[in-house]
Ligand binder design. Sequence first.
Ligand SMILES: [Zn+2]
Length: 323
Amino acid sequence: MATAEMGFLHNQLEERKRRLETVIQASPNDAAEALLREVDDALDRFASGTYGLCETCHDSVERDRLLADPLTRYCLDHLTRHQRAALQRDLDLASELQRGLLPPADLKVDGWETSYHYAPLGPVSGDYCDLYPAGGQLFFILGDVSGKGVAASMRMTQLHALFRSLIGMGLPLVEIVEHINRFLCDSGLAGQYATLVCGSAHTGGAVEIFNAGHLPVIVVEQGNVRLLESTAFPLGMFREASFTAARLQLCPGDMLFLFTDGVSEAEGDGGEYGVERVAGLVSRQTPCRAAEVIATCLEDLRGFAGSAPGVDDVTLLAIRHAA
Ligand SMILES: [Zn+2]
């Protein structure tokens, strides 16, 4: 752990100690006194140089968990039964919350036909997928929040709320992206960012699209496939970064296909699945409906990965100009 982070954690512990002492002075109670003993123990561990080490295996406690709660004493592998049950309840709740945020399946709106597949590896996911019709446009977002578990999933729900609120205010998409980038820089810890593609599709086929550090978007125009690569940084990395949209004019039958690295980095006997394989598959499926393209891709991915266990969340989104 870096010196600056250790300094931050020490200050956090002292701040908690002061707060607890004030509370206990005003109204003594067992719960506050037990917490004060925990804080004092943590400060003792600081003094003896064992702070941040798991009390069972003596390996380092996960950095993000310690920064989130300076009183963390066990690594994830050595939680007490009570802590494990509490974590499971949090995961279940976060999972339910995430499921509730997903857009309707097979949404059709304003001449666009969509389909997506969202499959977290564990109970919760840092993957993010949303479709939101507003002001005569269809907004679409697909991304991947750094980190894992409850923290990443909460960050994903935060992004969801930010996008929907700012879209609802009628701001131009470029301003929305820049605002969210700054919000993430200001509110998060360094190292917490999101790679993401977002765009808006207009009834006549015009599409504005931003790729912020994410995998390429597969664009199929008149049967020809091309990759729309990222031209910017992930959101939440550089506060003053600027973002430029790509503009497309899609014809009926043309398609956008978005995916997360759980797809392109899936492992099979022949190595990695890869972006090219996704692109080839999608280009051969364009006469099909969005839902059929997603189904074919999933079938191919499953065939490729075989019995190899998945290593990441898998999210796919197809958006087809229907008329
Ligand atoms: Zn441990």
